[in-house]
Design a protein around this ligand. Sequence first.
Ligand SMILES: [Fe+2]
Ligand SMILES: [Fe+2]
Length: 291
Amino acid sequence: MRTSDSELVVRKIEADFSEARIDWLPSDPELAQFWNAVSIGLPMLEGHLIRALAQAKKHLPEGRDDLFRDCELFCQQEANHTKAHLKFNEKVVESGLYPEITQHLDRLKSDYIRFDKEMDLDFCMHYAEGFETVGPILAEYFLVQANKRLTEQGVDLMTLSLWRWHLAEEYEHRCCAFNVVEALYGSYWRRIRGIIFATSHLLGFVVPLSEYMLKQDVEAGRVDGGFKGFWRKFRSYTGMATFMLPRVLKAFMPWYNPKHLKPPKGCDAVLNIASETLSLNEMAARAYETI
Ligand SMILES: [Fe+2]
Ligand SMILES: [Fe+2]
């Protein structure tokens, strides 16, 4: 029997967001709203990934018990991410500051309903693999950036810890969807198409929603707009793009395999504290241990 590329650990994390902040990165509100918009869409996205992997594991070739087990652990990890993000998202929605969130979510929901109805497992698994290819890149970007920002004035360590834990687990389960796609389809071009489609689909939801949330903030005077805001956003977005693009292009190479990706700096420390505490609030209290 084959063994898994890396042992996945399911951590049932408790989280109390009552004291957490939506504007968790005061020096870069544009970046915070970008990630808030990702958080808002994640439960639907992860629901789609869970349905795809839960279906795919039934079609694995004989003898791939390792992969079957990975699919189960993957689904449990994603379900835990969704539970934590739903709590954070509830806080954003209940703030009443962004009443049009529901319309944005309805559009995303209708896409996933359509995918479930009209698209086959091949499409859904390549979509899942596409997103999961970007996951460890986002993890590397976020963990490096987050460690730099831990000591900034006013940064909310609870929300930061939500992302640090979630993305560290995205790194941890990076091989699962890739291995399933390899075992079931093994098509290079469909893999590339999946990465491009999943990324642009997610950005098509995140960018308009974060723009809307920022517009509300500027209109209410919570965030400076004008040139200052434009410049911060330009720096944040180009910073993310210049970090992500070369790494996504590397993932396009025919010899790419996520098992060769090194853990981002701080990733193991974040996961160890997550395993020890099983609490985002305690992880926030111990965040400085991981710099
Ligand atoms: Fe996740
Ligand atoms: Fe994931």
